[in-house]
Design a protein around this ligand. Structure first.
Ligand code: GUN
Length: 288
């Protein structure tokens, strides 16, 4: 048996197309969705992510406001910039690319973002609303995972779901979303005992631990939906680097019912969901 490969690139393309259509309607009504992107320092991976975000925003008709600060920027400077962006009516979404340089108080910077403009969904107000089951801006990566799971499993009620990883930006919100969809959810982490036995029960398995190929195919329950959030750069054996997920794809694909590849799975969905969150924030700004 070989799994259905969930095509994240195609799903992201469809979502971006929908967002672009919505943006065109809004522009026709005099509302131009605006996204502020803040990048501090010279981290090469962050530069690549930010370039993709601004390019895709532009293609979807979203106006972007780019702010580049030197690695020496202080917490006070960033707080001042966030306050200006909060007050700017043309900016509907604020994205501060993480990680911020050592020495900057990231928590204080994220907390200063107006929750209505928090298109990353990292603010405590949005995390709290999500936990309460209220309408909230949901972090982009778990939202993208949920959309991909729905493609192959439209009705998740009663399914046993295991989320591996307890980060605030993926694991915890992912667990909340699965719970809202009536799954029975377990969060596993580095202290979890007997991870293979837990994985063997999972009808939905989401891996978000940032360790290359850590989840073995033999652990996967036959027929499970496997979502791989990992983006790990490793040496391919010939001195070149390649990107692999947290799941050992070659062995997992033989047991899973459906699986996201890396690359081309969850990754493309993250930015598409950011664009969707930005357009939704713009619409809400009009509704007051
Ligand atoms: N760094 C890595 N992923 C993300 C993300 O989704 N949002 C932000 N702001 N920074 C990131």
């Amino acid at each position: 048996m070989s799994a259905t490969i969930i095509d994240g690139r195609a799903a992201a393309e469809r979502l971006r197309h929908r967002v672009a259509g919505r943006t065109a309607e809004l522009r026709a009504n005099g509302l131009v969705p605006g996204l502020a992107v803040v990048l501090v320092g010279e981290d090469p991976a962050s530069k690549i992510y930010v370039a993709s975000k601004t390019k895709q925003a532009e293609e979807a008709g979203i106006r972007h406001f780019d702010h580049r600060l030197a690695a020496t920027a202080t917490t006070a400077e960033l707080l001042q910039l966030v306050r200006e962006l909060n007050a700017n009516p043309d900016v509907h979404g604020i994205l501060v690319q993480l990680p911020l340089p050592n020495g900057v108080d990231s928590a204080a910077v994220l907390a200063a973002i107006d929750p209505a403009k928090d298109v990353d969904g990292f603010h405590a107000v949005n995390a709290g609303k999500l936990a309460l089951g209220e309408e909230a801006t949901v972090p982009c990566t778990p939202l993208g995972c949920l959309i991909l799971i729905r493609e192959v499993l439209p009705d998740m009620r009663g399914k046993r779901a295991v989320v591996i990883g307890r980060s605030n930006i993926v694991g915890k919100p992912m667990a909340q979303l699965l719970l809202q969809n009536d799954c029975t959810v377990t969060i596993a982490h580095s202290r979890t005992r007997d991870l293979p036995a837990l994985c063997a029960e999972a009808e939905i398995l989401v891996a978000a631990i940032g360790r290359p190929k850590a989840i073995q195919g033999e652990w996967v329950r036959p027929g499970a939906v496997v979502v791989d959030v990992g983006i790990n750069r490793i040496d391919d054996g010939s001195g070149k680097s390649k990107v692999v997920g947290d799941v050992d794809f070659a062995s997992a694909v033989t047991r899973a019912g459906a699986i996201t590849p890396v690359p081309g799975g969850v990754g493309p969905m993250t930015i598409a969901c950011l664009l969707m969150n930005t357009v939704n924030a713009a619409i809400r700004s009009r509704l007051g």
